[in-house]
Design a protein around this ligand. Structure first.
Ligand SMILES: Nc1ncnc2c1ncn2[C@@H]1O[C@H](COP(=O)(O)OP(=O)(O)OP(=O)(O)O)[C@@H](O)[C@H]1O
Length: 244
């Protein structure tokens, strides 16, 4: 079995207060391993985004334990959690969160800037990351001049550039058409299979199922299936069937 990157045990999370209180997560056990591409699926409001934010150390669980790359996160202060995120986790969101006045390369380089990596070497790494997502030729283009799929690829290059052990993506294909959605999923699947990251993608999109090694299903804050099988469990072909 490959190395465990994230281990979550008994995770509960209550959101809101008083009459508006919601038990968003009600006891989640989940392990993410190096080289594995996992989909997290479930109905609207089932707790997918909340779980992704807890796994990414953006939201503290109400109870339960979380370990990232062997480091327990309980009791770690805000700066310590920010360091864990910076050193180990790359995020991709549905809306790309790019700075409109910075070029694609400058947007990617920002992720190195917060790690105090600057200058020519950082510029070179940013361009290499853009090359990985097939956007080398758009490095000097502003986000407003890129298509949605290209902007998402810039966001993925930014998530990749510092070499995190885990990529957490929330609905990365929701705003994209079929071809763009498939190309984003292929890039994320390759990050797991060729570059040995643990990759977790939250999605409603059945088009992405063929790319997964494992499908984890959540309902009402509890995992109903921790995903012993991939697409074949749903009688679907694996991603290879979509490759040219
Ligand atoms: N800040 C908040 N305060 C109170 N309740 C919240 C808050 N954020 C989310 N919730 C509730 O927590 C539950 C889980 O929300 P979450 O966003 O994790 O679900 P989701 O599965 O990602 O949904 P979707 O697929 O619609 O994005 C929902 O019932 C939601 O209404």
């Amino acid at each position: 079995m490959s190395e465990i990157i994230i281990e979550a045990t008994g995770i509960k999370k209550t959101l809101g207060q008083g009459a508006g209180e919601v038990k968003a997560l009600r006891g989640i056990d989940l392990t993410l391993r190096r080289g594995e591409f996992t989909l997290l699926m479930g109905p609207s409001g089932s707790g997918k985004t909340t779980l992704l934010l807890v796994l990414g150390c953006m939201l503290a669980p109400s109870s339960g334990t979380l370990t990232v790359c062997g480091m327990p996160t309980s009791g770690v202060d805000k700066e310590g959690l920010a360091r864990i995120r910076r050193d180990h986790i790359g995020f991709v969101f549905q809306s790309y969160h790019l700075f409109p006045t910075l070029t694609a390369a400058q947007n990617v380089q920002l992720a190195l800037d917060i790690r105090h990596e600057r200058g020519r070497k950082a510029g070179k790494r940013a361009r290499e990351a853009l090359n990985l997502v097939g956007l080398a030729q758009k490095a000097d283009t502003l986000p407003g001049e890129l298509s949605g799929g290209e902007q998402q690829r810039v966001a993925i290059a930014r998530a990749f550039v510092a070499n995190p052990s885990v990529i957490l993506a929330d609905e990365p294909t929701a705003a994209l058409d079929g071809n763009n959605g498939r190309s984003i999923m292929r890039i994320l699947a390759d990050a797991a299979h060729q570059r040995e990251r643990a990759v977790l993608v939250v999605t409603h999109d059945p088009r992405v199922i063929p790319f997964a090694d494992r499908i984890v299903e959540i309902e009402d804050g509890l995992l109903v299936d921790t995903g012993s099988g991939g697409p074949e469990r749903l009688h679907l072909p694996k991603a290879a069937a979509f490759r040219p």
